[in-house]
Design a protein around this ligand. Structure first.
Ligand SMILES: [Cu+2]
Length: 631
């Protein structure tokens, strides 16, 4: 199908916009000029120009600029003077040149999130290139091998928190399989008026610093959240069931295209049009739950890759993920685009309207949810006969004593879903194990089985290991799915095109996401990046299964550079290709990778502060050694 872009639906010209905006006083609260797509009132994106062109050249200047967010002054790190930065629009197959100039007093960088590029164009200082020094210009040059919605951001220090991010659209070389009449980019992010280094210092001193939503005694007496028994249990674990996000609305202003909720970013449509919304979560520390009351949302793309359309009422967008959504507003009225932060401490908001000046009611915020025993891998439904009261050494603050032999009634044979016969080569004793060329790994697409945690507790950098880890891809996630709304889950995602050439994996690498919330330490397999862990080595063309095991109580949006992760959600050969995956607490999740570019690629948690604290690794892709070895 061809997309229809008629003259009537063409975006407002800048002059028309300024004229109308001035007439209605819309610019009053918005002192800074935003890129066209992000302005308070926008008709939509400029349609792409067809035909081949010489290399597209973009000049991007990173500098400190005074801006306003929700009426308050701020110093932001901007790209060409704005937050978010300009929309970069390319066409699949073309070569692009991006000249990035650093006008800061510190080094900077830009990483093209989700784009497959040669490693030296990937923009990670210290891994892909040295970084861009103050006053210097670095020229990125690469050919585009894909299409879809992506984004870019700084990979230096905490610059992403202070504004260095922007959207990317790569139009397909041929016809777009998604039909639409009009499109808008919706960049979600979080802004703090504090210096992010100060935010991090506070978290390191007191990880619950921004958690102003703890359970109160009054709430306990009212029977909210947890029973007294559960609450005491959480206390013994020195954890807080209401710890949903490290950084919250206590300091964050949640932004939609750089605008605070009161500035009400407004996207225009004509009733009856098919409107494509390209959602990008460019937040440094916030997951968003997105809905548009009154409109079903048809998901057509995830992380830039077309998926078989699935219609939902709401979806959770993890940090660094993107989702393209089709809506068909038929009525001549306004609709609120509501993006609530996962911990319910605030929201980003905008409006879809047939003309300016309209707005719809803003939904009430829901109550923040609480963590459950399932998030600790202690789901009673899955483990009959597990009497917690009788478990000696169950001090989760430091759980080396997870001795299964000491747990009365914990009969592994009784655990549904734990079929050892289905787990070829599962060595429970070790983590980070690399099983060499092993025949009999589960076929591509298989959901990981539930597995009790092994002996390795990952050392002092890790606070707790869940007793049982299992697939949670079918779960909508904490705080969702219990109010009658249909919520997108990862098992809904099926790629549009089948993966035809995907023989079974020949090797499995298991990685544990670890951390100590109390000390604000974050790591992989118990080691922070500063402890110089060995790179993860994969040969070019090798078919590897990577299994992530989340040993912490938080969701981690894990991002792998340089290659797709094919999510094993049971839908082979239609496994969705993702660049970022939310891994839930106590979850075991597998992806297949087949790297086709050599070089050092980074793999990290996209919560900026977790990455900074060390939840970061290098994946070294090398040329295959010799024919004998690779045989
Ligand atoms: Cu993380």
């Amino acid at each position: 199908m061809k997309k229809k872009l008629t003259l009537e639906t063409a975006p407002l010209s800048r002059r028309t916009f300024l004229h109308q905006a001035a007439a209605f006083g819309l610019l009053a609260g918005i002192k800074h000029l935003l890129p066209a797509y992000a302005r308070p009132l926008t008709g939509g994106l400029t349609p792409p120009v067809a035909g081949s062109r010489p290399p597209t050249v973009y000049e991007l200047t990173i500098a400190e600029t005074g801006l306003r967010f929700g009426g308050r002054h701020a110093r932001a790190t901007t790209i060409n003077g704005t937050v978010p930065g300009p929309l970069l629009r390319f066409r699949e197959g073309e070569e692009v040149v991006l000249k990035v100039t650093n006008r800061l007093k510190e080094d900077t960088s830009i990483h093209w999130h989700g784009l497959l590029v040669p490693f030296n164009m990937d923009g990670v200082p210290g891994v892909s290139f040295p970084g861009i020094r103050p006053g210097e210009t670095f020229t990125y040059r690469f050919a585009l091998r894909q299409s879809g919605t992506y984004w870019y951001h700084s990979h230096s220090g905490l610059q992403e928190q202070t504004g260095v991010y922007g959207p990317i659209i790569v139009d397909p070389a041929g016809d777009d399989p998604v039909a639409y009449d009009r499109e808008h980019v919706v960049v979600l992010s979080d802004w703090t008026f504090e210096d992010p280094h100060r935010v991090l210092r506070k978290l390191r001193k007191m990880p619950g610093y921004y958690n102003f939503q703890r359970q109160t005694l009054l709430g306990l007496l009212r029977g909210e959240d947890l029973s007294l028994r559960d609450r005491l249990r959480w206390g013994r674990m020195r954890m807080d069931a209401t710890d949903l996000a490290d950084v919250t609305g206590a300091t964050y202003t949640y932004l939609m295209n750089g605008l605070a909720p009161e500035d009400n970013w407004t996207a225009l449509f004509r009733p009856g049009e098919r409107v494509r919304l390209r959602f990008i979560n460019a937040g440094a520390g916030s997951f968003f739950d997105v809905r548009i009351p009154g409109l079903p949302l048809t998901i057509v793309q995830a992380d830039g890759q077309n998926v078989q359309p699935v219609t939902v009422d709401e979806f959770r967008i993890g940090i660094a993920e993107t989702y393209d959504v089709i809506v068909e507003p038929r009525e001549d009225r306004a609709y609120t685009i509501f993006a609530e932060s996962m911990d319910r401490s605030g929201y980003a908001r905008g409006t879809l309207a047939p003309r300016e000046g309209l707005q719809a009611p803003v939904p009430e915020q829901r109550r923040r949810p609480a963590r459950s025993m399932a998030d600790m891998g202690m789901d009673h439904g899955n483990m009959q006969g597990m009497d917690h009261g009788n478990m000696p050494g169950m001090d989760h603050g430091n759980m080396p004593g997870m001795d299964h032999g000491n747990m009365p009634g914990m009969d592994h044979g009784n655990m549904p879903g734990m079929d050892h016969g289905n787990m070829p080569g599962m060595d429970h004793e070790g983590h980070g194990m690399q099983m060499g060329a092993m025949a009999g790994l589960a076929p591509p697409g298989t959901l990981p089985p539930a597995v009790p945690h092994g002996e390795d507790t990952h050392g002092p950098g890790n606070a707790a290991v869940p007793m049982m880890t299992r697939s949670r891809l079918h779960e909508p996630g904490i705080g969702l799915g219990n109010d009658g709304r249909r919520v997108l889950v990862y098992t809904d995602l099926k790629s549009m095109e089948p993966t035809i050439d995907m023989p079974p994996p020949t090797r499995e690498i298991e990685l544990h996401l670890t951390g100590n919330m109390e000390r604000y330490m974050w790591s992989i397999d118990g080691k922070a990046y500063s402890e110089a862990p060995e790179p993860i080595r994969i040969e070019k063309g090798e078919r590897v299964r990577i299994t992530f095991v989340n040993d912490t109580m938080m969701e981690h949006p894990m991002h792998l550079h340089g290659m797709w992760m094919m999510l094993e959600n049971g839908h082979f050969p239609h496994l969705p290709r993702k660049h970022t995956l939310i891994v839930k607490p106590a979850e075991r999740l597998s992806v297949l990778v087949v790297p086709d570019e050599t070089g050092p690629w980074v793999f990290h948690c996209h919560i900026l502060y977790h990455m900074d604290m060390g939840m970061f690794r290098v994946v070294e892709v090398t040329e295959p050694a010799t024919a004998e070895v690779s045989q």
